[in-house]
Design a protein around this ligand. Sequence first.
Ligand code: GLY
Length: 258
Amino acid sequence: MRKFSHAIVRRPCRALTEGISSGLYPGKPDYQLALVQHDAYIEALKKCGVKVDILPADEWYPDSCFVEDPAVLTGRCAVITNPGAASRNGEKDEILAAVRKYYPDERIERITFPGTLEGGDVMMAGDTFYVGRSARTNEEGIRQFAEILGRYGYQCVEVPLEEVLHLKTGVNYLENNNLLVSGEFTDKPEFASFRKTVIPEEEAYAANCIWVNDTVIIPEGYPEVLAAVQALGYETITVDTSEFRKLDGGLSCLSLRF
Ligand code: GLY
């Protein structure tokens, strides 16, 4: 199944070393290694059949390679978000020009203060968008997002988060009703109707895999998740994300796929 034709990525900047980190995965990112890993990530996306739009590094925003957070791109509209992390909020202005290449102005919507929302909290499953209420995405942001989605014929389901940074830190949709879940998401009623693959705690980081046109890209070093995804029948590609993991960043955070 081919669903995505394009992806947008942004090259890591030197200031990456100053990005936000919870400290869950200790250490500062190595900038040169991050570039090498980013190259491999782009190649993996290309192998999945998408055209990759590579934006230049943006030194103003240390976390700006996590391009998924300042926008949500759907088949019917784009939403420029309003990132809840103060040091990342300006990324919404930097992503706009790229989004405008693919969406007409009348289909570019915005989340505005006091609403906040980050794309890492948004998981698309068909015409339903699950949205994590997190430290970055607030009630008003979700209200605005649901109102926008409703105008385009989409549904919005709020999912309260207790433990992780973003919704997709712990739950990711692989199409065909298959859902990867870890930790607090294992038993959430919102996901009861999916066929769930439960990720063991020691491989929780790898809950953040991405489905791209029937191939699943998986972080390197998580053998149980790799075997579980292959057992579901998907082609897989692994990519080392060690330098992005130090900033709590995963595979989904590094691109907008549409
Ligand atoms: N370091 C990625 C984030 O906290 O948003």
